[in-house]
Design a protein around this ligand. Structure first.
Ligand SMILES: Cc1cc2nc3c(=O)[nH]c(=O)nc-3n(C[C@H](O)[C@H](O)[C@H](O)COP(=O)(O)OP(=O)(O)OC[C@H]3O[C@@H](n4cnc5c(N)ncnc54)[C@H](O)[C@@H]3O)c2cc1C
Length: 503
């Protein structure tokens, strides 16, 4: 069987939908190939919490993205995420490795892409629940990301889906792209398998937006390193690295942090892959208010190094390195009210006790004696002279213990004590393909563009190294999706003239 379109987009997550809509805006006929069934489609985007990190200078910028009432404006301190702050966060977290051109695009065009998403029907709302607290009668936002998609990632995908359907994008579900078709160097389509039957999709250009290799244990062990096959997958099981493999097979340039990924603390007994009904709620991001202990009863990270937004994506990897690949998060009742909503779901491994001595043997797999020694040393090291203030980095740290806890340190001394078992949940992989930043076209290993081939989303390498500021994946997916879709429908798809500026 053979189908023909101007543009074929592989995948149907956020980046793919943005590429499809942008290509339709250029008048191209567009098909989307989704490996999953309609019920399971939508990729990691559908599992996402939906927080969106973009540059905003003032409430006026936020009003371009969401409707805010006068009362909300008067009663809130939204802070800022200036372009300087956004740049600083991205470069600091990536140890200054992020591609400067891609980063500049992401930072400087992030507000514009939010406005564009809104124009396509996505609704955004203030993230009162997870990113703000009442301080002196005012809602104070922290972490520089006050806005989320209404209905989370699932709501975002649903809105984009509706927009794509309205403009006649044709979606082929249960259709897994397998190999790119070339005429000479030019990509002219994709071989796919639809319900076990081979189908050939011919196109003037192909956009690969089919995720990284996070759901593929063999590739995880190969590229991320030994032990990564043991991680749980936070999202879709369909991101098997197919797009990356197809592109490398025809000489595309690998780019970015191939041994790096985004991975968080995740319910220890969660299923192998994400569950859309639970979404991101297996995560446990309030570790900043407690301590993390491993099987040896020892702490192993600075839980309070920064707001969770700036540490959570690398601490999953730290948990994976511990014996047995698990860690318990331990809290006392002083912080119970500060714990995020994910600490109140039913499907979690939680133990409680009224004394630390009673809690210790309940921490399955942990040396109880060593745990009690760790807590005693931690409690003695807390700088009780510094006031605790959870909406800022309060500097209430520890003295004389290793690792230190730099902020939000409080003695574990007020029962009941609660502990939550976590392991490592991988979100997405950082390594990907090298693109021409002017149009999203994939470059080959000599840095010449591959005619007819574009990519977007998690597949774009060069943005994230070692770590990641929360809320950046959906914004970058939309931005580079729009870029690739516009490029694929435009004249650049037909030529191999453009050259990567930095080549
Ligand atoms: C639990 C969780 C919470 C998150 N929370 C946030 C958040 O709050 N904010 C944020 O910005 N980011 C968040 N992220 C990250 C964000 O979801 C990703 O960065 C983003 O969704 C990636 O979008 P994408 O379009 O590149 O890939 P995906 O959305 O994963 O889409 C890839 C698509 O390709 C399809 N596919 C794969 N292989 C093939 C093939 N061979 N043929 C055809 N189709 C194929 C898949 O089925 C899927 O539909 C979260 C992720 C997870 C897992």
């Amino acid at each position: 069987m053979r189908e023909a379109f101007d543009v074929v987009v592989v995948g149907k997550g956020n980046a793919a939908l943005c590429a499809a809509l942008a290509a339709r805006d250029q008048g191209a006929s567009v098909a989307m190939l989704e490996a999953a069934s309609e019920k399971e489609g939508g990729g990691n985007s559908r599992f996402a919490g939906g927080v969106m990190r973009f540059a905003y200078q003032s409430v006026d910028d936020l009003k371009r993205v969401t409707d805010l009432t006068d009362a909300e404006v008067a009663g809130s301190d939204f802070g800022t995420n200036s372009t300087d702050e956004f740049f600083d966060d991205l470069f600091r977290l990536s140890s200054f490795r992020s591609d400067p051109v891609l980063t500049e695009m992401l930072v400087t065009q992030s507000l514009d892409i939010m406005v564009w998403l809104r124009s396509k029907g996505v609704r955004f709302v203030p993230n009162f629940g997870r990113q703000s607290a009442l301080v002196n009668g005012k809602r104070k936002f922290f972490g520089r990301l006050p806005i989320e998609a209404s209905g989370g990632g699932a709501g975002l995908v649903q809105s984009l889906d509706k927009a794509a359907c309205a403009v006649g994008v044709k979606v082929f579900y249960s259709t897994r792209a397998k190999r790119l078709i070339q005429d000479g160097d030019r990509v002219i389509g994709v071989h796919a398998s639809a319900g076990g039957k081979p189908v050939e999709f011919r196109a003037k250009a192909v956009v690969l937006a089919c995720g990284g290799f996070e759901a593929n244990p063999e590739m995880r062990a190969r590229y991320l390193g030994p032990g990564w096959e043991l991680a749980k997958v936070r999202g879709t099981r369909f991101n098997q690295g197919d797009g990356i493999k197809m592109a490398l097979d025809i000489g595309a340039a690998p780019y970015g942090n191939w041994s790096g990924c985004h991975a968080t603390g995740w319910e220890r007994n969660a299923p192998e892959f994400g569950d859309v009904n639970v979404g991101d709620q297996f995560q446990k991001h309030s570790y900043i208010f407690g301590i993390l202990v491993n099987a040896n009863g020892k702490r192993f990270v600075d839980e309070g190094a920064d707001f969770h937004s700036f540490t959570y994506a690398k601490y999953g990897g730290e948990v994976l390195k511990q014996p047995g690949q698990f860690a318990w998060q331990v809290f006392d009742s002083k912080v119970t009210k500060l714990l995020r909503s994910e600490y109140r779901i039913r499907m979690m491994t939680k133990v409680s006790a009224n004394t630390l001595e009673d809690l210790a043997p309940k921490l399955e797999g942990v040396d109880p004696k060593a745990f009690l020694e760790t807590v005693r040393a931690f409690n003695a090291a807390v700088r009780a002279d510094v006031p605790f203030e959870h909406t800022i980095k309060d500097g209430r740290g520890t003295v004389g213990i290793d690792p230190p806890k730099s902020n939000w340190a409080q003695a574990l001394d007020t029962p009941p004590f609660d502990a939550y078992a976590t392991t490592c949940g991988i979100t997405f992989t950082f390594g990907g393909l090298r693109i021409d930043p002017s149009n999203g076209q994939v470059l080959d290993v000599t840095l010449a563009p591959i005619p007819g081939l574009f990519c977007a989303g998690e597949m774009v390498g060069g943005l994230f190294y070692f770590n990641y500021p929360s809320g950046t994946g959906l914004v970058s997916g939309a931005l580079f999706g729009r870029l690739a879709g516009t490029g694929a429908a435009g004249p650049a798809a037909q030529t191999s003239q453009s050259r990567y500026a930095g080549a």
